[in-house]
Design a protein around this ligand. Structure first.
Ligand code: IVH
Length: 749
């Protein structure tokens, strides 16, 4: 019985081993060699058989089984591993711009090799420098032991689970592997996969990556390998770390070993033994590298012979036997046909150059970002200009500069605001530039280009606190056309929400009825939320939490905010104040030319002052807090005056939404002064009187008068004491009655 059991067990063990080897073999044919020999269905059948056997026999579990490529539970954080041999970097030598010999630094490097080895001909290899993330793969007895990032060169992150998801990396090298093999190489994302992934993310409303390197680094930092498996990562080996096995006298022997073990390696690798040959090789790599399909930014030159490498030795940070020759990015001239405006997810308006298509660093470029209007002005970019294009980080096209010599007479300067007619090109909403920022933004709460971020803000805790509506749900709602604006949330039914697909088409994930019910309930509560929360939720520029509170203190409901005379007066007063400063005859930046102008401007100034005082007196009872100052008032007035703002009010009425203020304080009733002797009269005070100015002002006000700071057509009396010079002249000229304190006593009877 025991024997039979053992035979079965041995059978299972060998079948498991056989299946693992077979699956890895087909994996390699499929991913590394693009030459599959069996169908996907047959592969899946073998895979399932292995899964079942492994489940039945946990005693034969192995992390390097093909079933474990995407496995393991998400990590809390990465373990640190100490590198067996330090992971050094390489010294950069740069291609020089505008110099006689662009390769001067590279030539110096080769001359140093010649000098240090005391020979004319040094064998070196030349290969592309991959723009990726360095990793070390450690195989013991052929099995992948761990994979680690470079870290600080001495210790790095253990990213084994993440690296296992890369199908081209073998997990088991087979029987004739050396006892210890540390392979160093680069993890990267091929250009095409990168572009497809970015497009998909953009579609899903996720932030996109600036370049494949960042996307790769971001993927490797994921703690859940299932997330890594979705990223199209690739690996190529380029160096040897720790090693125990048959001698490898040259780099060529190392490459043969990699090929035999079927570890994918960086190619092409050229070999040369002369300086001219070296220059030839790097030039060839520079022209050919764009066809590789992944990012490269230079050529790595290494001494071929390992004994010679040891002889040359190391500096504290890099080997003396290697150099990374960094290419200048390729630049091409083309014509800028037009500038268009893109509205980003947060409402930022980005100008984009529409170009005559041109081949740069291996791909056709027809558009390039111009970042913002200031950048356009700084570079003096005009429509019709010939411009120089390069790919920043060899990926994202950018306009370097204008070729001014080629500017045609009809090249047109560009004004963003003029171009868009002052309105958001996506929704026609108002646009504004925040102080200290270079970018124009669309401020419309209903802008469809910003739907996701606006819905998120609208539903957030400090706004309307709509439970369950975060980034993912907002994205799904927009993607499936259920919402174009936050107010559309109020049209959703429990059914629509319940069957909302948060996943992809291939991997659907329902939002679910329970969650849907929660959202519907929250929406009901949101209807009753006070005005300040609604104002904050609408994301009107300048209206933060405290401004929203102050606005709600001043107004009973949204309609009154939209039509607010308080806010209109604040805006008007601020505008008059700016004007007053400008026309003041004491304005040092703009002094009056002669006495005539001085007098004219003084008059204008005093009229403005009087109007400002009037407005201030009207606003005074509200005791406005600085939280709703002119900047806030202007933004709110502008918003509700815009078509977009009017539409919000209309739409809310349709949806039966009428938020009320919870902290409204009606304007304190003005004391009834109609029975007082000076009711309706406006005074201006000047000169020295029997009491102080403030005292006199209070006294006059107690008798029902208004007191203003300067004489205007609205002034009824100038109360003048000793030496009331200029105001007196002015009053007399304007036909305003001038009285002294005796005259006042008479008026009061
Ligand atoms: S050989 C002693 N070859 O660039 C270091 N490195 O800037 C030997 N790299 O750390 C490294 N492509 O991560 C080598 N073909 C290549 C490379 C390459 C990219 C990376 C590598 C290195 C870094 C230095």
């Amino acid at each position: 019985m025991d024997d039979l059991f053992n035979t079965c067990l041995a059978g299972a063990e060998s079948r498991i081993a056989e299946l693992r080897a077979t699956l890895e073999h087909h994996n390699r044919l499929y991913y590394n060699e693009a030459a599959p020999e069996i169908s996907d269905a047959d592969y899946d059948k073998l895979f399932r058989e292995l899964e079942e056997l492994e489940a039945k026999h946990p005693e034969f579990a192995d992390d390097n089984s093909p079933t474990r490529r995407v496995g393991g539970t998400p990590l809390e954080s990465f373990q640190q591993v100490r590198h067996l041999v330090p992971m050094l970097s390489i010294d950069d030598v740069f291609e020089l711009k505008d110099a006689g010999v662009p390769e001067a630094e590279l030539i110096d490097f080769y001359r140093r090799l010649q000098k240090n080895l005391g020979r004319e001909n040094i064998d070196v290899t030349v290969e592309p420098k991959i723009d990726g993330v360095a990793v070390s793969l450690v195989y013991r007895e052929g099995k992948l032991g761990y994979a680690a990032t470079r870290g600080d060169g001495t210790t790095g992150d253990d990213v084994t689970n993440n690296v296992r998801t890369i199908r081209t990396i073998p997990l088991d090298l087979g029987a004739d592997a050396p006892a210890l093999l540390e392979v160093r190489g680069e993890i990267f994302m091929p250009n095409e996969s990168f572009a497809a992934m970015n497009a998909e993310r953009d579609e899903a409303g996720l932030p996109t990556f600036a370049n494949p390197r960042n996307a790769t680094a971001g993927a490797l930092k994921q703690l859940d390998p299932r997330n890594v498996a979705k990223r199209p990562l690739a690996f190529l080996a380029h160096g040897l770390g720790a090693y125990e096995g048959p001698e490898l006298p040259t780099e060529r022997d190392f490459h043969e070993l990699l090929d035999r073990l079927r570890i994918p390696r960086n190619q092409p690798v050229m070999t040369t033994a002369t300086l001219d040959g070296l220059l030839d090789c790097v030039r060839r790599i520079d022209t050919d590298r764009h066809d590789l399909g992944y990012g490269t930014d230079g050529a790595v030159v290494k001494v071929l012979d390992r004994a010679e490498r040891e002889q040359l030795g190391y500096t504290s940070r890099a080997p003396r036997w290697a150099a990374a020759y960094k290419f200048l990015p390729e630049q091409k001239e083309t014509v800028l046909r037009d500038i268009t405006i893109q509205v980003g997810r947060t409402g930022v308006l980005t100008p984009v150059a529409e170009l005559e298509p041109v081949l740069v660093s291996g791909t056709t470029v027809a558009r390039a970002t111009l970042h913002n209007e200031e950048e356009i002005q700084r570079k003096d970019v005009r429509i019709g200009d010939t411009v120089l294009i390069e790919k920043a980080g060899e990926i994202i096209p950018a306009v370097v500069k204008v070729v001014v010599e080629k500017r045609s007479a009809d090249a047109r300067p560009f004004s963003l605001l003029e171009h868009i007619g002052g309105k958001c090109p996506s929704c026609g909403g108002p646009v504004a530039k925040e102080e200290g920022f270079v970018a124009w933004r669309c401020t419309n709460f209903e802008c469809p280009a910003q739907a996701v971020s606006k819905i998120k803000q609208f539903a957030s805790r400090k706004a309307l606190d709509i439970e369950g509506v975060g980034e993912t749900v907002a994205e799904a709602l927009v993607r499936h056309n259920h919402c174009r604006t936050p107010l559309d949330l109020f049209t959703l039914t429990a059914e629509t929400l319940g069957s909302l697909n948060l996943g992809s088409e291939e991997e659907p994930r329902r939002f679910g009825d329970k969650n849907a019910a929660k959202v519907v309930e929250s929406l009901g509560r949101a209807r009753e939320k006070p005005l300040d929360r609604w104002l904050f939720a609408m994301g009107i520029r300048q209206v933060g939490e405290s401004a929203a509170k102050e606005l709600a203190r001043l107004h009973p409901d949204l309609g009154s905010v939209a039509q607010s005379t308080i806010l209109q007066d604040v805006v008007a007063a601020a505008k008059l104040e700016a004007e007053r400063k400008l026309v003041s005859p004491r304005n040092k930046d703009n002094p009056p030319a002669d006495a005539d102008e001085k007098e004219r401007r003084q008059q204008l100034h005093d009229d403005l002052k009087a109007r400002i005082d009037d407005l201030a007196a009207g606003l005074q009872p509200y005791r406005l807090s600085p939280d709703a100052g002119p900047v806030v008032a202007e933004s709110v007035v502008e918003f509700f005056n815009s078509e977009a703002g009017r539409h919000v009010i209309e739409r809310m009425a349709q949806l039966g939404l009428d938020p009320r203020s919870a902290n409204y304080i009606p304007k304190p009733a003005e004391a009834d002064s109609s029975g007082l002797p000076l009711a309706g009269k406006t005074f201006v005070i000047t000169g020295t009187l029997s009491m102080g100015r403030d005292e006199m002002k209070a006294f006059l006000e107690s008798k029902g008068a208004k007191v203003s700071g300067s004489v205007s057509s609205k002034t009824d009396y100038l109360l003048s004491g000793e030496g009331g010079g200029s105001k007196r002249d002015k009053a007399e000229k304007a036909g305003v009655k001038v009285i002294d304190e005796a005259g006042l006593a008479e008026l009061l009877g």
